[in-house]
Design a protein around this ligand. Structure first.
Ligand code: FES
Ligand code: FES
Length: 154
């Protein structure tokens, strides 16, 4: 059995017939081939699969693709505009906010959402907000610095 879904992904209208059990992260990676969204755990703990859905940061391994019916999804591929890195991506590069890079797409998506909600987040609030994103390389110090660089507007 398949079901039909239609949604917007990175500003493009997408329609597909899918297995109703398909997870959103599988739809993004395997159906749409947007492999910047990573899978680090499959149990909604690591945050590597974080995308934006209707302006909220969500873990795309923790929901079905069918739940995104009619939604506006942004993945890491949709952040940059006109070939320019998003300021958060540029800050991660500038501050060495990544090591192996596996957690990075999810970290960036969570960080962008955090500053959209709370542009003046304190260091403590930044650290708290990243609670749902795990960096196995333990690069948290520079990840926080990257977010602060965006806050500083540099
Ligand atoms: Fe989704 Fe780890 S893959 S939280
Ligand atoms: Fe390696 Fe975060 S940079 S997991």
């Amino acid at each position: 059995m398949t079901i039909s879904i239609s949604l917007s992904v990175n500003g493009k209208h997408v329609e597909a017939s899918i297995d109703p059990r398909m997870l959103l992260v599988q739809f993004i990676r395997e159906h749409l081939r947007l492999t910047g969204t990573h899978v680090g755990c499959d149990t909604a703990q690591c945050g590597a699969c974080t995308v934006h859905m209707n302006g909220n940061a969500v873990k795309s391994c923790s929901m079905l693709a069918a739940q995104a019916q009619g939604a506006q999804i942004t993945t890491i591929e949709g952040l940059s505009q006109g070939g320019e890195l998003h300021p958060m991506q540029a800050a991660f590069r500038e501050c060495h906010g990544l090591q192996c890079g596996y957690c990075t797409p999810g970290m960036v998506m969570s960080a962008v959402h955090l500053l959209a909600e709370n542009p003046r987040a304190t260091e403590e609030e930044i650290r708290e907000s990243l609670d749902g994103n795990i960096c196995r390389c333990t690069g948290y110090q520079n990840i926080v610095k990257s977010i602060q660089l965006v806050q500083a507007g540099k």
